[in-house]
Write a protein that binds this ligand. Structure first.
Ligand code: BES
Ligand code: MN
Ligand code: ZN
Length: 493
């Protein structure tokens, strides 16, 4: 969905639900006071009667009993002004949008969210993101029990140009995130490397990006032996996807986003256990985040050249599959001894990172559902951030914090370098269980050719089996907002 903005008189608006923010003291000022007047003090009364605490995450639905054209008020807690963060506004408007939907509202309007610091645009941006993300659902494959409660229209009422700008940016970022969710949620029999590449082409066409796709023959010719190896067990050939965004004006630099696009990970000959294997359709969520972020760039009008690269392959066991013990030549010439065919993400990324470094970029950031070890280390909400460049890691973690995406800086320890050595080849693709996320990151670093690089292991937060405040169960689109915020911060700073 798309959030709208219009000018008008809130108190006279005929909608199913009207959203108002209230802080912990329950002080009613400005618009809230006007509503309370029209309701003859019933708003204040309802807040008191329900002991409304005003904390972010609290919400209260109040029927207006025909006193005003709006059928109900949805009060959302906005927390104290002191120390209010962008993510609080995102959560508060996400909460309000869900409360309105659960109450059966189809048309919803909202007052202005409280400004964050000095910025009106930023508060509209993050409130818009909260609404769109919280209302997202993946219903493409449902034929029965479709939810009848659905918000069809959501409108902020405000006339400021900064407010309009904020809504525009929030829509673009949230839609990029929802696009990543849609791709992640699609089953692997529908979304495989070829169809993922087709989707990428559509995204490119719709958003004025250029798009190059390499199929298996092209990858073989190029020398991308690692991607080809991972794809060999599948009937569905691998693809390397390359999108490029060029700014309208002068370019202030070049950055690349690189994603793991394993459309299904059975483990290959090192077959995974059956329990939970269905979740491995989400093994392309890094690639989905890259495509989602790329789709938002034109609307954000960012002054950078941005490359989006996705290594797409399906990891299957079969008579043609690659095996443990096989040795493969990668794009940068190094040889890899396969210890586990289930350590396939680092293989496809090895070639993708070499390819990207050859584009001559100032920095590259890869996103991958790479290791179970990252989930063990940081839990299912935390992303492990590894980087050859501390200031790049710092930018990523700042951008993540702004969006309440949990990311933590992890080490690349020289002392562990010896683990990478193969017995019969330059490198081996697995070094045992201890420090598994670090090993994988250090393996990737071998293919970065000294290009400043960061690696986000999103194995934990890429999808969730439970509904969260801003997403239903399924793919989360984690990473899209952080990548875009990072670029926006660069552009502003
Ligand atoms: N896609 C998996 C990692 C994964 C597992 C992500 C569970 C999210 C949830 C990856 O390809 C993989 O299988 N990694 C192995 C590496 C091992 C064989 C060295 C792992 O983490 O067990
Ligand atoms: Mn695997
Ligand atoms: Zn995998």
């Amino acid at each position: 969905m798309q959030v709208e903005i219009q000018s008008g008189n809130l108190v006279e608006l005929a909608v199913d639900a009207l959203i108002l923010g209230v802080a912990p003291g329950r002080a009613l000022d400005g618009e809230a006071a006007a509503f309370d007047d029209r309701l003859h003090g019933a708003l204040k009364q309802a807040l008191d009667d329900n002991d409304f605490n005003g904390k972010v995450g609290s919400a209260l639905v109040i029927p207006t009993l025909g006193q005003i054209p709006a059928r109900r008020l949805v009060i959302t807690g906005i927390g104290d002004a002191q120390g209010r963060r962008a993510q609080d506004v995102t959560r508060a408007w996400g909460r309000a949008a869900r409360a309105a939907r659960d109450a059966g509202a189809h048309t919803v309007a909202s007052v202005a969210p409280p400004a964050i610091g000095e910025s009106v645009a930023e508060s509209f941006r993050v409130a818009t993101e909260g609404v769109v993300l919280a209302l997202y659902r993946f219903l493409a494959y449902r034929t029965v029990n479709l939810p009848d409660k659905e918000v069809d229209a959501f409108t902020f009422v405000d006339e400021r140009t900064e407010a309009r700008k904020g809504v525009e940016i929030g829509n673009a970022i949230a839609q990029g995130t929802c696009l990543a969710r849609d791709l992640g949620n699609m089953p692997a029999d529908v979304l495989y490397p070829e169809t993922l590449a087709l989707r990428a082409q559509e995204i490119a066409l719709a958003n004025d990006l250029s798009c190059v796709i390499y199929d298996r023959e092209a990858l073989e010719k190029m020398g991308a032996g690692a991607i080809v190896a991972v794809g060999k067990g599948s009937e569905r050939d691998p693809r390397l996807i390359h999108l490029t965004y060029k700014p309208r004006g002068e370019s202030r630099g070049t950055i690349a986003f690189v994603g793991k696009g394993i459309t299904f990970d059975t483990g290959g000959m090192s077959l995974k256990p059956g329990g939970g294997m269905e979740e491995m359709k989400f093994d392309m969520c890094g690639g989905a985040a890259v495509l989602g972020a790329m789709s938002a760039l034109p609307a954000l009008d960012l002054p950078y050249t941005v490359h989006g690269i996705v290594a797409g392959a399906e990891n299957m066991p079969s008579g043609t599959a690659y095996r443990p013990g096989d040795i493969r030549h990668t794009l940068n010439g190094k040889t890899i001894e396969i210890i586990s065919t289930d350590a396939e993400g680092r293989l496809v990324l090895a070639d993708a990172l070499t390819y990207t470094s050859r584009l001559g970029v100032d920095a590259m950031i890869d996103l991958a559902t790479l290791t179970g070890a990252s989930v063990v280390a940081l839990g299912d909400q935390g992303t492990s951030v590894f980087s050859s460049d501390d200031s790049l890691a710092g930018e990523i973690i700042d951008a993540a914090r702004w969006n309440a995406e949990l990311m933590w800086h992890m080490p690349l320890w020289e002392e562990y370098h010896g683990l990478l050595k193969g017995s019969y080849a330059d490198l081996r693709n697995s070094g045992g269980r201890p420090g598994g996320a670090i090993f994988a990151a250090m393996f990737l670093q071998e293919f970065t050719e000294d290009t400043p690089w960061a690696h986000l292991d999103i194995a934990g937060p890429a999808w969730s089996t439970k509904e969260t405040e801003l997403a239903p169960a399924g793919a989360s689109g984690h990473g899209v907002r952080t990548l875009l915020t990072l670029l926006m911060n660069r552009a502003a700073g």
